[in-house]
Ligand binder design. Structure first.
Ligand SMILES: [Zn+2]
Length: 237
């Protein structure tokens, strides 16, 4: 078993305190560093026998690399008036309309948001979750029918470790952030999870089902790999 235990530390680089997450992994072979594109955290991986001091010395020796990697992360984004974005494949702009009393709604390519400006980001986020849920439920049921399986329930949340997951009983978990990806990418993750109701593994047979349900799956996987940091740059209110 690859057991992982986590601990927080701070690295001081050029007078700046950089938070580190230290992961002790029983199966790790070497001390290494990685940057989590989701949590924006610097992670120091230590094998079982490595000392914390050796790990910190290693991290210090890679200080320039760490700063360069952090600088490459996209800027954090908060949903705001005038912000352009693509949601469920629609290129749109967020517009604040203080006087309207309609909540949040789509009109052509505008996402209108009423109410106090300080609530705008949270309202947009709630709207996106709700819209993505409705879309994903419809899509999952269509795909499930094609695959002759049953989707019982869908939950949309801010998943961290995976874009989606699926239980044998037909319960799908999906990240609402997929709504901010192109539609073929969201469709792929939905098809991937539905395919698990046919094959509960990642065997060749499983990928054959995925290819049948979603011929563009490789392109979608590539998009997700390249754009994880973008999808996680949106700050939750
Ligand atoms: Zn899978």
């Amino acid at each position: 078993m690859n057991e992982i235990s986590k601990q927080a530390a701070t690295l001081c680089v050029q007078g700046k305190d950089i938070p580190l997450t230290i992961e002790r992994r029983t199966q790790a072979k070497h001390i290494r560093l990685k940057i989590s594109r989701k949590s924006r955290q610097v992670v120091l991986v230590l094998p079982r026998r490595a000392s914390l001091q050796a790990g910190m010395r290693f991290a210090q020796s890679k200080a320039e690399w760490i700063l360069a990697q952090l600088a490459l992360l996209p800027q954090k984004r908060v949903f705001q008036d005038g912000m352009p974005l693509s949601f469920l494949g629609r290129q749109s702009v967020i517009h604040h309309s203080a006087m309207a009393k309609r909540g949040v709604w789509f009109d052509q390519d505008v996402i209108w948001v009423s109410g106090q400006p300080e609530h705008l980001a949270r309202r947009v986020q709630d709207f996106f979750k709700k819209e993505f849920y409705a879309y994903a439920l419809k899509k999952a049921r269509e795909v499930a029918e094609h695959a002759h399986v049953n989707v019982k329930k869908i939950t949309v949340r801010d998943t961290v470790s995976r874009w989606g997951s699926c239980s044998k009983s037909g319960h799908l978990n999906l990240s609402w952030r997929l709504g901010l990806a192109p539609l073929f990418v969201a469709d792929y993750v939905i098809a991937h999870e539905v395919a698990h109701l046919v094959e509960m593994n990642h065997s060749d047979a499983f990928w054959a089902v995925v290819a049948d349900l979603c011929p563009e799956y490789k392109k979608a996987e590539n998009w997700l790999k390249k754009n994880t940091a973008y999808l996680y740059s949106f700050v939750i209110k």
